[in-house]
Design a binder for this molecule. Structure first.
Ligand SMILES: O=C(O)CCC(=O)C(=O)O
Ligand SMILES: [Fe+2]
Length: 286
């Protein structure tokens, strides 16, 4: 537990006792505005409900199965796959990590946690719309991270060797922590994401490394559904269409944590080296 928590309790109890009306201290509660307001209604709604996520029995294309991806390594222990959405294509792999693996990844990330940043022009900067701390873990530094990379390759078929994917980004959100609607892929040619020189982020694999008592769902704004946190599961989606264009339907957000503490790990896979693993389509629109 954060050692300062007791001081915080004391501080907020004192503030509550003073019971100052918000306006007399010059503070007014104001809904954030600006360019995000367009999606704010949908975001807030999806953080409180699952949105229009179809029930699986309503659509036979949304199924659950034991998945091996044709890999002998998964025959004896297939992964439990749940297709959540087709447009955009979003899949939840249950039990992707063990409890012990999740705990170790959190432990290794802890000393490196720093305020998260976002792409800002050609650089990176902190932003009010992303409140969390994060750390990068190299697969060569910890056995468990290397094992995770291998599992990602087995399940998705993608090459995640650097520089074809970024290091594992471990993210920790406290109460109120969030990541407002954004794209994972670069939307401008000058984005710092291109520094690896391996193209754009074609796919995201996000692993839930902790349970969250309330809040913290992952919301897909335009697609109008949200996925509640499932401890140890991994959420996978394609950020780009097969023609290489960004898929606007992947606009997504990490909802505010209401009770608890949320940990996730992101693996962002880039376009290069995936040419034979995710083929282009003959349909230029796809
Ligand atoms: O925390 C989440 O649910 C989403 C995180 C996310 O979208 C990101 O880190 O890019
Ligand atoms: Fe994201």
């Amino acid at each position: 537990m954060n050692r300062r928590v007791h001081f915080n309790v004391e501080k907020y109890e004192k503030l509550l006792n003073e019971n100052l009306p918000a306006t007399s201290s010059g503070l007014t509660l104001k809904r954030p505005d600006g360019i995000y307001l367009r999606t704010r209604n949908a975001y807030e709604q999806l953080c409180q409900t699952k949105g229009s996520q179809p029930k699986h029995f309503e659509n036979p294309s949304l199924f659950c199965d034991y998945f091996t991806n044709g890999s002998p390594a998964l025959f004896l222990q297939p992964i439990r796959r749940e297709i959540i959405s087709l447009q955009p294509y979003v899949v939840l792999f249950h039990g992707f990590v063990t409890q012990a693996e999740a705990k170790n990844i959190r432990k290794y990330a802890m000393p490196g946690l720093r305020r998260s940043v976002v792409a800002s022009g050609m650089n990176q900067a902190t932003a009010e719309y992303r409140i969390s701390k994060s750390a990068w873990l190299k697969e060569s530094a910890h056995e468990v991270v290397g094992k995770l990379d291998q599992r990602i390759t087995l399940v998705t078929g993608l090459n995640v060797q650097p520089p074809y994917a970024e290091y594992l980004q471990v993210v920790n959100y406290g109460i109120g922590g969030h990541y407002e609607p954004h794209f994972d892929h670069a939307t401008s040619d000058s984005s710092p994401l291109y520094r690896l020189k391996t193209g754009n982020r074609v796919a995201t694999i996000m692993i839930y490394l902790s349970p969250v008592q309330a809040g913290g769902s992952t919301a897909f704004i335009y697609a109008n559904f949200s996925v509640p946190v499932v401890q140890n599961a991994a959420l996978f989606w394609w950020n780009l269409h097969k023609n290489g264009q960004g898929n606007v339907d992947t606009l997504h957000a990490g909802c505010p944590v209401i009770v608890g503490n949320k940990w996730v790990a992101n693996k962002w896979v880039h376009e290069y080296e995936q040419e034979f693993r995710r083929r282009c389509s003959l349909n230029p629109e796809e």
